[in-house]
Design a protein around this ligand. Structure first.
Ligand code: 5GP
Ligand code: MN
Length: 341
């Protein structure tokens, strides 16, 4: 049996399909602090462009965390443009705002502004840019990788190209952003897209184990410290904990190892809002998760200059942890109190 995606292909804007198919030398940019969705989507778009006879460079401001070394094609990922190359298309994937591109976007602001571009994203908080026709923002998509699968199908790219490498990279993004098909963002389309990827050889179980069920010992100890100081307010409707620089030092871990703690904290039974506060060089990063049909996480993070999705969002606040915590908790408690159950 062949999984058919035909009924979904009208979702791909014509101009996006045209620009991707026509690119000869594309620059594909992922968001800072990359995850499997932004990296997988970039790799997917690169394979699509190559299938159509073009070349593609994938870049990210930050080095790829070792967790994602298994993504096929990730070894070609760069942290800077190739100075010898003249690019003809900028593709920005999984960035809710242009800022999310990070330092690389500021270093090349003039070039990035001038190049023809395509934006492929699924963040509710994405308000589009100055080139709306080539912006493809679908907040109903569970992952940017889900959209890239449709783009591949629309452009006639077999999903098993690159020895199944494209399918594996795109599956990783879908698994990442759905927590292996467990979140409320999963739709029938997500599952059909995933079925097509499995059919193309994507190792679903292996990727899920790597992303969600394998951790270095130090990371487990880090989680233990952070979970050990869990705090709750308002009968458990707001739940939070903090991750300090000293936790990283004590467990020999790096900031990337904090990935996933928020999803444990969000398991708190009565929580409408779960928050992790992370110390980062004098500022504070927050990760927020909220319960379905309750607080919109982008409303909370939006009040502090961040964004994301309705159930999962984040922000960086230019204040020390204590001050940021006081301000965010006041807003979180106010929003949680307004939820009627
Ligand atoms: P996490 O809590 O896993 O870091 O982020 C959850 C979601 O919110 C992700 O989809 C991420 O893209 C988005 N997000 C995290 N931090 C920020 C931020 O500072 N600004 C915006 N616009 N989105 C963010
Ligand atoms: Mn994503």
């Amino acid at each position: 049996m062949t999984v058919a995606l035909g009924e979904y292909l009208d979702a791909v804007p014509d101009l996006v399909a045209e620009r991707i198919a026509g690119a000869r030398q594309a620059l594909i940019v992922s968001h800072e602090n990359p995850d499997a969705d932004t990296l997988g989507a970039a790799l997917g778009v690169a394979r699509i462009i190559e299938y159509h006879g073009g070349r593609a460079t994938t870049v990210c401001t930050d080095p790829v965390p070792p967790l994602y070394d298994f993504l096929p094609g990730i070894e070609a990922e760069r942290t800077e443009l190739d100075p010898a190359t003249t690019y003809d298309l900028l593709v920005v994937v999984d960035c809710g705002t242009f800022d999310r591109v990070g330092e690389i976007g500021r270093r090349h602001a003039e070039l990035f502004e001038r190049m023809p571009r395509v934006i492929i994203d699924h963040h509710l908080s994405n308000s589009g840019s100055s080139t709306p026709a080539a912006d493809w923002v679908d907040a109903g998509s569970a992952a940017t990788c889900e959209m890239v699968v449709l783009l591949a199908a629309r452009l006639g790219v077999p999903l098993d190209v690159a020895d199944g490498g494209m399918a594996a990279a795109l599956m990783a993004g879908i698994i990442m952003d759905t927590s292996t098909f467990a979140h409320s963002n999963v739709t029938p389309r997500t599952l059909q897209v995933a079925a097509a990827l499995v059919e193309a050889g994507a190792p679903l179980a292996d990727i899920s184990r790597r992303l969600y069920r394998t951790k270095p010992d130090g990371q487990l100890r880090l989680f233990g410290r952070v979970l050990g100081r869990l705090q709750v307010a308002d009968g458990g409707r707001v739940v939070w904990s903090s991750l300090l620089d000293s936790d990283l030092a004590a467990t020999g871990t790096s900031p990337a190892d904090s990935e996933g703690i928020i999803d444990l904290v969000a398991q708190a039974e009565d929580a409408e809002v779960a928050i992790i506060f992370k110390e980062v060089a004098g500022a504070t990063r927050i990760s927020v998760r909220t319960r379905p049909d309750g607080v919109d996480a982008t409303v909370l993070t939006g009040a502090f200059g961040g964004g994301g999705h309705a159930r999962a969002a984040g922000a960086t606040i230019q204040q020390p942890l204590d001050a940021a915590r006081t301000a965010v908790l006041a807003e979180a408690r106010r929003l949680a109190a307004a939820v009627a159950r």
